[in-house]
Design a protein around this ligand. Structure first.
Ligand code: AKG
Length: 424
C-alpha cells in the first residue's frame, strides 16, 4: 500500500510528510499507477543500528544510527551522513527520498540514500567521534561500497568523518577503496572543488533566478541563513558576483548591514570566535528576523522546516533559494506560491554537492584527477542545464519549480524502473 500522503489530525507534519506529499503530487501529474507510487514511496532498504560507545572518561552509552537506501533504479545509492541530535528514522527516510530525486534531476547515475546518527557532535571529543563513526561504519558495512551505496558528509560530519569511514571499510575488505565515500580529504582521493561545490551550485542558481526575475547581480541583495558548510561559501560567492549580502546568521545569532556584509571579515571572525555573534561589521538582529528581510533573494542554508505556514506570509524576498534540504514546509510552499515568491527547490539548488561527489567518485574509480577549474566548469554546466529543464517544464505545465523538478526526477526514475522490471 502507498504510505499516506495526508497528515492525520494531531500529528505535526515533518519532512517525511512533505516528501510524501510532493511525491503524491508528481504521481498524479504524471498519471502514474498506484503500484509505481507504492514503489517510489517505500525505501528499498533501511538499517537501524545501535552504536555502543566508550566515552573518554571510561563510562559507556549507546547511540542509534540509521542508513536508508530509498532507490537503486538508476545506479548505486548516494547520500550524506548526518550527525545531529534531531536525527530520527523519518527524517532520514525523507532525506533519502529527496536524494533519489536530486540525483535523477541533475542526471548523475545514482539512486538515493541518507544516513544519520542521533548525536550532538559538539558534545563529543574527536576520539569519541572517531569511535562513533567507525562503529557505525562497521554496522552498515554490508550495505555500502562504491557499487552499492556511497556516503558523503552532511550536517555535523566532514572530510575527517569520511576518512574514518573509508579507512574502516578498506581495512575490512583488505584493500584501499577510495570510491566508497565522497567528500573525503584531497590527500585520500577527494576531488578539488568538492568542499565548496554545494555552495557554488547554490550561488549559481541564485544568480540564474535573479536574472530570470529581471535583477542584475550588482543591484541585488540577499540574506543567507546559516554560515556552515553551505551558507559560508554561498555568501562569499554571491558577494564575489556583486550581490550585496545584507544579512547572515548562524545558530548563535544574525548580523545585518544594509551596505553588505564583508563576508571574508565575517569568516575570519567566525574562525576566531566560533560564531557570527559579536561581529563588528554589522548590527545584531534576531535569527527569525533574517527570514523576513526585504531582500531580493533569501537563501535558507541551514536545516529543515524554517519557513513555515506561520512565517511565510511575512517573507519579503522575491526569491527563496533552498541551500538546505527541506527548509520550506509544504504548507509554507503554498503560501509563497500564492504570493508569487519564486522558490528554487533544494533538489535543484543544492545539487552541486552531489554533482561534484559524482565527479569525485568517477575520478577515484579511475585513479585520475581533474583540475579544479575543470570540476567547477562541469558543475556549472550541469546546474545550468538542470535549471533550464526545470524552468521550461514549469512553464509548459504551469507549475512551481518544486513541482516541476519533482516531476522531471520522478519521470526519470520511473523510466529506469520500467525498463529494468519490478525489482531494481
Ligand atoms: C545532499 O545533497 O543532501 C547530500 O547528502 C549529498 C551528499 C553527496 O555528495 O553525496
Amino acid at each position: 500500500a502507498v504510505p499516506s500522503a495526508s497528515v492525520p489530525p494531531g500529528h505535526q507534519a515533518g519532512p517525511l510528510d512533505d516528501a510524501r506529499a510532493q511525491l503524491a503530487a508528481a504521481i498524479e501529474h504524471l498519471g502514474l499507477d498506484a503500484g509505481t507510487h507504492a514503489m517510489l514511496a517505500t525505501p528499498r532498504r533501511e538499517m537501524t543500528v545501535s552504536i555502543p560507545l566508550r566515552r573518554d572518561d571510561g563510562s559507556s552509552e549507546v547511540l542509534i544510527g540509521h542508513r536508508v537506501q530509498h532507490n537503486f533504479s538508476r545506479g548505486p545509492a548516494k547520500g550524506g551522513l548526518r550527525f545531529s541530535a534531531a536525527v530520527d528514522l523519518d527524517e532520514v527516510r525523507a532525506l533519502a527520498m529527496w536524494m533519489t530525486w536530486k540525483c535523477a534531476l541533475v542526471d548523475v547515475p545514482y539512486g538515493g540514500a541518507k544516513g544519520g546518527v542521533t548525536v550532538d557532535p559538539r558534545a563529543y571529543s574527536q576520539f569519541e567521534l572517531e569511535r562513533i563513526t567507525r562503529r557505525y561504519t562497521s554496522e552498515i558495512l554490508p550495505m555500502i561500497g562504491p557499487e552499492q551505496d556511497i556516503p558523503a558528509p552532511d550536517i555535523g560530519t566532514n572530510e575527517q568523518t569520511m576518512a574514518w569511514m573509508m579507512d574502516t571499510y578498506s581495512v575490512s575488505v583488505g584493500h584501499t577503496v577510495p570510491g566508497v565515500v565522497t567528500g573525503k580529504p584531497i590527500s585520500l582521493g577527494g576531488s578539488l572543488g568538492r568542499a565548496a561545490a554545494t555552495s557554488r551550485g547554490v550561488a549559481h542558481t541564485t544568480l540564474l533566478a535573479l536574472e530570470h526575475r529581471g535583477h542584475m547581480a550588482e543591484r541585488s541583495t540577499a540574506a543567507v541563513q546559516g554560515f556552515g558548510k553551505v551558507g559560508r561559501d554561498a555568501a562569499r560567492l554571491l558577494a564575489d558576483a556583486g550581490v550585496r549580502v545584507q544579512a547572515i546568521s548562524d545558530v548563535d545569532g544574525a548580523i545585518w548591514n544594509s551596505s553588505g556584509i564583508d563576508v571574508s571579515e565575517l569568516a575570519a571572525h567566525v574562525d576566531a570566535t566560533g560564531s557570527v555573534h559579536g561581529f563588528s561589521g554589522g548590527e545584531p538582529i534576531d535569527g527569525s528576523e533574517l527570514l523576513e528581510l526585504e531582500v531580493d533573494a533569501l537563501v535558507p542554508a541551514a536545516i529543515e522546516g524554517v519557513i513555515t505556514a506561520e512565517n511565510a506570509p511575512r517573507v519579503k524576498a522575491g526569491i527563496v533559494v533552498e541551500g538546505a534540504n527541506g527548509p520550506t514546509t509544504e504548507a509554507a510552499d503554498a503560501v509563497l506560491a500564492d504570493r508569487d515568491i519564486l522558490v528554487v527547490p533544494d533538489i535543484l539548488a543544492n545539487a552541486g554537492g552531489v554533482i561534484v561527489s559524482y565527479f569525485e567518485w568517477v575520478q577515484a574509480n579511475q585513479a585520475y584527477w581533474w583540475r579544479e577549474h575543470e570540476v567547477n566548469e562541469r558543475l556549472t554546466e550541469r546546474m545550468t542545464d538542470a535549471w533550464r529543464n526545470v524552468l521550461d517544464y514549469s512553464h509548459a505545465h504551469e507549475m512551481s519549480l518544486r513541482e516541476s523538478a519533482t516531476c522531471l526526477a520522478v519521470a526519470r526514475v520511473t523510466e529506469a524502473h520500467r525498463l529494468r522490471g519490478l525489482y531494481p
